[in-house]
Design a protein around this ligand. Structure first.
Ligand code: OSB
Ligand code: MG
Length: 363
């Protein structure tokens, strides 16, 4: 059989809505890629969603990039690193590129009978897990944090927005004086808001993620000199070069590494190496992925070089039912990466079909 590439748009309801600065997600609407060749079935997920917000990319732009420009590169079955180099000559579509790159990791690992976590580097054999809580009422947040701590999560991250940050964090910190807490602003603040951000210094947060909008590394470096809470970057480090610059100028001490945001796992690995060499810390973030994308994040998060708990919750936190037959389980705040070949995902074909809104045969 000749190689084939299928892309599906799936929609899976979230157990609870996830509210951020970019809006409220009630379902995970994802592109799932399937590649079949040489007796192997490989899978990946594009981290885009139905609407731009976190990124300028969305499912439509990613689908077009895959169809019109990226799929044809699969014909040579390049290694993920060869693919990554080839697509680095063009700008943009980093999430779309990442989805094809991760498909190639899964494919080549399965061909070579290796596991993703081992192929990526030295794995600890487990990923430390934290959780990201969306906007909610103060009472609901306190309940959410309590539940997360009981479940063993090693860090709880609260989404914050301008005007509500102080009261929110104060309430949670007062209730949980010893919890490992962080906040994520998704760029809701400007340099003029420095005093507001300074007001959070009293809460002993592990870090504040993406405080300033616009992705300006110089402004983050200036802010880092004015607040005692360490800065963590997410949206403003879409490339290895931006991560390198952020390390060099002291824009952040902590780095949220998302392979989907950075154009793939090869770039994510390079960014992790740059960060650690420069004395920074890193963890692996998430984008509410289905079990497919989650498996890649967890494999990466299990590497020795990743030194902080990431946003890699078990599937069951987000989905009543997922499109995989082997969801991750968290024990003692850690998750073991997939044991199967490649990313180790076993697809629940029937549920995948039931969740599929549209399907395109691309190769
Ligand atoms: O900023 O880390 C973010 C979800 C969607 C888009 C951006 C972010 C997030 C999260 C959720 O914080 C992380 C997760 O997948 O659990
Ligand atoms: Mg973030």
């Amino acid at each position: 059989m000749p190689p084939s590439l299928t892309v599906r748009l799936v929609s899976i309801p979230l157990l609870v809505p996830f509210a951020t600065r970019f809006g409220t997600e009630r379902s995970r609407d994802a592109l799932i890629l399937t590649y079949r060749s040489k007796g192997v079935e490989a899978y990946s997920e594009c981290v885009t969603s139905a609407h731009p917000g976190y990124s300028i990319e969305d499912n439509e732009s990613a689908l077009r990039a895959i169809k019109d420009r990226l799929a044809r590169l699969l014909k040579e079955e390049p290694s993920p690193r060869e693919f990554s180099r080839a697509v680095s000559r063009t700008m943009g579509d980093r999430m779309a590129k990442a989805s094809v790159e991760m498909l190639l990791w899964d494919f080549h690992c399965k061909l070579r009978l290796s596991r993703m976590a081992d192929a990526l580097g030295k794995t600890k054999g487990y990923a430390e897990v934290g959780v990201s809580l969306g906007f909610d009422t103060p009472d609901a947040l306190v309940e959410g944090v309590c539940e997360a701590l009981d479940q063993g999560y090693r860090r709880v991250k609260l989404k914050i927005r301008k005007g509500q940050e102080y009261a929110t964090v104060k309430r949670v910190r007062t209730t949980f004086p010893d919890a490992e807490l962080s906040v994520d602003a998704n760029g809701d603040y400007a340099p003029e808001d420095t005093e507001t951000l300074q007001s959070l210094d009293e809460f002993g947060l592990a870090y504040i993620e993406e405080p300033l909008g616009g992705g300006d590394l110089e402004e983050h470096a200036k802010l880092a000199g004015k607040i005692s809470t360490p800065i963590c970057l997410d949206e403003s480090i879409p490339t290895v070069e931006s991560a390198r610059k952020a390390v060099e100028i002291g824009a952040a001490k902590v780095f949220n590494i998302k392979p989907g945001r950075m154009g793939g796992l090869a770039n994510a690995l390079e960014a992790i190496a740059v960060v650690r060499k420069g004395g920074g810390s890193c963890w692996v973030g998430g984008m509410l992925e289905t079990g497919v994308g989650r498996a890649f994040n967890i494999a990466l998060a299990s590497l020795e070089a990743v030194d902080l708990p990431g946003d890699t919750s078990p599937n069951g936190r987000y989905f009543k039912r997922d499109i995989v037959r082997n969801p991750f389980e968290m024990k003692g705040g850690v998750i073991a990466p997939g044991r199967g070949l490649g990313a180790g995902v076993e697809i629940d074909e029937r549920f995948l079909d039931a969740c599929t809104k549209e399907k395109w045969r691309i190769l």
